[in-house]
Design a protein around this ligand. Structure first.
Ligand SMILES: [Zn+2]
Length: 355
């Protein structure tokens, strides 16, 4: 990664605690930190952020649940948290049928909203919120642990009732799974919080949702897939074009490195990192130089080690570069930054913007 090495040699490296202690190491929490919002103060759950990405506005007396289409075995094992990865169109038909039979169409208390592939949203009265729910991707191959707590019975009833609609459908999924609930977070806009305009590009709903909730300009790039085949250059060019058009801050997110970690695929992880270097950073620096003085903050929203295939809480290495002023210099890697005291993740944006 020669471009990264060159940038690290003239910048500042360190560690950022993007996941506050006690919080789940997800992209929702990590990216909230990166955008300068303390997740300990602002994070209300994962589902309401995804609901915002779908354009849903929750009333204060409503909560959003993430509603997966899942496959549960006859012995109660979580066979597939992604329900065979249905297409969004096929899934939407089933989700609309659920809304007709168990939601708005039946005068029910809840609303089913179709999202992307196996990932959907249920909006429920806030009396449904008080439950401990288990993310289905943490249950793969294990017993499908039911929700607990005061609202658990309602959730279990709805999940059970969904089998009559999802089971006979053409999907590999056979029921819904509810989790990740919360009220809509009250995030000050990015501009009111920073005095700067912001924009972002991502293929991930959670990050798109954070953009919507903070009033950032969410730039859509056709080739952004959230997978190994994502169009790195198109994201880089979208960043440069948006900055050239006057945006002050641009968040460029790539999911491929995370997916490679989940897949336990070392080759793809290395390829994704090298693509960052050759297909984003190299041309980005050239393009930024042409626009004038710039600063760059580079960091992951959480680790996804290939060896563990899941997210961890560990602080992540960061790189901060100022085109006009050289930093102490260093090497960007976990090993090279292991000795530095982690900075709270939500303070990094302030350091990027400090004058
Ligand atoms: Zn991940």
């Amino acid at each position: 990664m020669p471009t990264l090495d060159r940038l690290a040699a003239r910048g500042e490296v360190g560690r950022a605690a993007v996941i506050p202690p006690g919080m789940a190491p997800g992209s929702d929490v990590g990216n909230m930190s990166i955008l300068g919002y303390d997740p300990g103060r602002y994070h209300t759950g994962r589902a309401p952020i995804e609901a915002a990405a779908l354009g849903l506005k929750l009333r204060p007396d409503q909560v959003a649940y993430r509603c997966n289409l899942v496959t549960v075995g006859s012995d109660g094992t979580m066979v597939d948290f992604a329900g065979g990865h249905p297409s969004s169109d096929d899934a939407a038909e089933v989700v609309n049928a659920l809304d007709a039979a168990l939601g708005r169409g039946a005068g029910g208390e809840v609303e089913f909203h179709a999202g992307v592939q196996y990932r959907h949203i249920v909006v429920a009265p806030e009396s449904w919120a008080d439950a401990i729910c288990f993310p289905p991707h943490d249950l793969t191959g294990k017993a499908a642990a039911m929700p607990r707590g005061p609202a658990a019975l309602r959730l279990i009833e709805l999940m059970d009732a969904s089998r009559a609609i999802v089971g006979p459908s053409p999907l590999a999924a056979n029921q819904v799974w509810l989790w990740g609930q919360g009220h809509q977070p009250r995030l000050p806009s990015f501009t009111s919080a920073t005095g700067r305009t912001g924009a972002l590009v991502t293929a991930v709903d959670l990050i798109r949702g954070l953009g919507v909730l903070t009033g950032m300009d969410v730039v859509e790039v056709p080739g952004a897939t959230g997978w190994f085949d994502t169009d790195y250059e198109a994201k880089r060019d979208a960043a440069l074009a948006t900055l050239a058009a006057g945006a002050d801050v641009f968040l460029l997110h790539v999911e491929a490195t995370d997916e490679a970690g989940h897949a336990g695929n070392l080759d793809e992880k290395v390829k994704a990192l090298e693509a960052w270097d050759a297909r984003i950073l190299d041309g980005l620096v050239e393009g930024l130089d042409a626009l004038g003085p710039w600063r760059l903050l580079l960091l992951p929203d959480h680790p996804t080690p290939v060896a563990l295939r899941t997210h961890t809480h560990d602080p992540v290495p960061y790189l901060l570069v100022d085109s006009a002023e050289d930093g102490p210099g260093g090497t960007y890697s976990e090993a090279a930054t292991a000795g530095s005291t982690p900075v709270p993740g939500h303070e990094m944006l302030g350091r990027l913007l400090a004058r």
